[in-house]
Design a protein around this ligand. Structure first.
Ligand code: UD1
Ligand code: CA
Length: 470
């Protein structure tokens, strides 16, 4: 069985945060999550995360996440180098020593399935005890350099230990390796901190294995970002830009029309159907899915929202909601969790809908709050309707039957049920159920006082005349 060890002990001092570095986010997801997902994509089920700085936060993150991998953590309480970090997982490795172990850096988020699988294939084919994933880059400063031989590699030299000649090598160690697990366990104990940084270098395992007559090789990844990490906020922003552009590129290749990329952020797990247009300033995150033929206009922020086909959204903020086909919503609408907008619905400006179902063909044109409600089909909401769903302690539901007409400024005091084809008069506060086909009205009859204005005016003029005299 193959395992993976993820090195995640780093602090990231220059980030100026109390979060461990691996929990800083790229495109809305912790870097550690990117690395774990790459393992899961490659079918690796057993992962051990070596935590260090603020290790409880790393622990809390992995235990709360759901995914196919079985993740354990071990603590490295002193930061003594990458080799030392792997030593912390020695017991974990000994229990699972009959295969290969992948080592990854938790702060290098762009490791990918192709690289993991390609390097494992080479590792097995050549019968290597270790295979290093390398990358050829124009600015190798700071990375370990790969020393190639005719039929493999002879080692990795860290920047600080390099000769001037070695410093010119631009094939670098990405920090990702495949080891034969038994062979790794054998040499881990032999590492010493005899180098410029007084650290236990994991990279020294290579010469130790070669010394035992074992084979070491290198796999050059075509992914030029495979080793990229971030040391400060500017670097983290650069990772975000790379990730953001990569997702947009994928959707451009698929044929999605973007009118302008300014402010467009699309998460990795989002899907978009054919013929959909995405305008500027649109943020699609989480497990959002957009159907085909939609127009997602400026100002939309959709998180975990499922949108059907041929729907138009304009300045909509939505969280954990479902919107079906041929719906028109916006501008300035909020859909809160557990809302389901069925097909053909029209929702206009300044409307908020929460934990409610809105039936087919219903119209909610303006300035309305629908909360904890089950609304039927072809209902018409006048302007300013409010479902009064909260009494200060508990929430209650409102039920509205098909084809009803809710007059302007109606208050629906829940729990309450409006029958089908029923009416409420404008300004009514509904506190009792309304039967099918009935009109609910709670207003006093209007009285008009004839000649009222003339009387008022006469009194006013007399007062002014008196003041002038006096
Ligand atoms: C290491 C490699 C270098 C390679 C580079 C790629 C060694 C000796 N050098 O450099 O050849 O080019 O990665 O980025 O391995 N970590 C711990 N505990 C520690 C030290 C590190 O958990 O005691 C973790 C870090 O949080 C990080 C990863 O290991 O996730 C790599 O550590 P980092 O300090 O960035 O690597 P370098 O030693 O600079
Ligand atoms: Ca590094």
């Amino acid at each position: 069985m193959d395992n993976c060890i993820i090195l995640a002990g780093g602090q990231g001092k220059r980030m100026k945060t109390t979060k461990p570095k691996v929990l800083l986010e790229v495109l809305g997801e912790p870097m550690l999550e990117w690395v774990i997902k790459a393992c899961e994509d490659s079918g690796i089920k057993n992962i051990c995360v070596v935590k260090g700085y603020e290790g409880e936060q790393v622990e809390a993150y992995v235990s709360a996440r759901s995914g196919s991998a079985d993740i354990k953590t071990v603590l490295q309480s002193e930061r003594l180098g990458t080799g030392h970090a792997v030593m912390m997982a020695k017991d974990y490795l000994k229990e699972r020593s009959d295969g290969n172990t992948l080592i990854l850096c938790g702060d290098a988020p762009f490791i990918d399935k192709q690289t993991i699988e390609g390097s494992l294939e080479l590792h097995k084919e050549n019968g290597n005890a270790v295979t290093v994933v390398t990358s050829v880059i124009s600015e190798p400063h700071g990375y370990g350099r790969i020393i190639r031989t005719k039929d493999g590699i002879s080692g990795i030299v860290e920047e600080k230990d390099c000769t001037d000649e070695q410093r010119k090598i631009n094939e670098i160690n990405s920090g990702c390796y495949w080891f034969d697990t038994k062979a790794l366990c054998e040499v881990l104990g032999e590492l010493t901190p005899n180098n410029a940084q007084n650290e236990y270098y994991l990279t020294d395992c290579i010469s130790l294995l070669l010394g035992k007559g074992k084979k070491a090789g290198a796999f050059t990844s075509v992914n030029e970002n495979v080793s990229l990490g971030a040391n400060d906020r500017r670097g983290l922003l650069a990772l975000n830009d790379i990730a953001r552009k990569a997702v947009i590129d994928k959707w451009l290749d698929f044929g999605i029309e973007f009118t302008c990329l300014d402010g467009v952020v699309i998460g990795n797990d989002v899907t978009i159907g054919e013929g959909t247009v995405i305008e500027n300033n649109v943020k699609l995150t989480g497990k959002t899915t957009i159907g085909s033929g939609c127009r997602i206009m400026s100002g939309c922020m959709l998180n975990n929202t499922a949108v059907g086909d041929n729907t138009v959204l304009n300045f909509v903020q939505s969280n954990d909601a479902v919107v079906d086909d041929n719906v028109k919503i916006g501008p300035w609408v909020q859909l809160r969790p557990d809302t389901h907008i069925k097909s053909g619905v029209k929702i206009g400006d300044f409307v908020e809908i929460k934990n409610s179902t809105v039936g087919e063909g219903t119209a909610v044109a303006h300035l309305t709050y629908v909360g904890d409600s089950d609304v039927g089909s072809n209902v018409n909401f006048g302007c300013g309707v409010v479902t009064v769903n909260f009494d200060g302690e508990k929430k209650f539901r409102t039920v509205i039957g098909d084809n009803s007409f809710i007059g302007c400024n109606t208050n629906l005091v829940a729990p309450v049920k409006i029958g089908s084809s029923a009416y409420t008069a404008a300004g009514t506060t509904v506190t009792k159920d309304v039967p099918d086909g009935a009109l609910a009205i709670d207003r006093n009859r209007q009285a008009n006082i004839e000649g009222y204005a003339a009387k008022k005016l006469k009194a006013r003029n007399e007062k002014i005349a008196k003041q002038k005299k006096g």
